[in-house]
Ligand binder design. Structure first.
Ligand SMILES: CC(C)(COP(=O)(O)OP(=O)(O)OC[C@H]1O[C@@H](n2cnc3c(N)ncnc32)[C@H](O)[C@@H]1OP(=O)(O)O)[C@@H](O)C(=O)NCCC(=O)NCCS
Length: 144
């Protein structure tokens, strides 16, 4: 598996993963425009020429905001998300970030465990932030 910067040729596969994983997936157009935003960093994990996971982060000066991280259902629990976040954290350290932050569904134990492993801590809660199903968001932040 290798981690690379996402580009146009990855868009359809990333969009497919997005649709598989979320009840409100990003449209192809939103993904494309965010990927092209110079203040965003989108990475993909590629194996045998196929995209098996991706992560997207928005950067505002020295702050990172993770939009989404998702891995193909058949490829989970073998370190794909870990490899993607490792790369983001390396980039954040190189660029002297103050912190990276994100929101996650309260019930999303796999994702919350993943972020905890990287030193993200609970920084707050947004009540009923998500719909389908309605659920609180937990804000998690990793400070550098
Ligand atoms: C969350 C997600 C990205 C994890 O991807 P992954 O490639 O399977 O994660 P990794 O194999 O790198 O696992 C890293 C850590 O995550 C946690 N984790 C992953 N899957 C888990 C599970 N099913 N149950 C509990 N913890 C889990 C563990 O802490 C794990 O560390 P460990 O292997 O030392 O136990 C993946 O489950 C996914 O795509 N889920 C659907 C989309 C989603 O919910 N994204 C997050 C939105 S905020």
């Amino acid at each position: 598996m290798k981690i690379e910067k996402m580009n146009q040729k990855h868009l359809d596969e990333v969009h497919k993963i997005e649709q598989e994983c979320f009840s409100h997936p990003w449209s192809l157009e939103s993904l494309e425009s965010e990927m092209k935003n110079e203040n965003s960093l989108f990475l993909v994990a590629v194996e045998d020429g196929k995209v098996i996971g991706y992560i997207g982060m928005s950067i505002v000066i020295d702050e990172g905001y993770i939009f989404n991280v998702a891995v193909c259902e058949t490829q989970r629990q073998r370190g794909v998300a870990t490899a993607l976040i490792n790369e983001l954290v390396t980039c954040a350290k190189k660029n002297n970030f103050s912190f990276i932050t994100l929101e996650v569904r309260e019930s999303n134990i796999p994702a919350r465990s993943l972020y905890s492993k990287f030193g993200f801590i609970k920084a707050g809660e947004r009540k009923d932030y998500y719909s389908d199903p309605r659920e609180n968001a937990i804000l998690m932040t990793k400070f550098f």
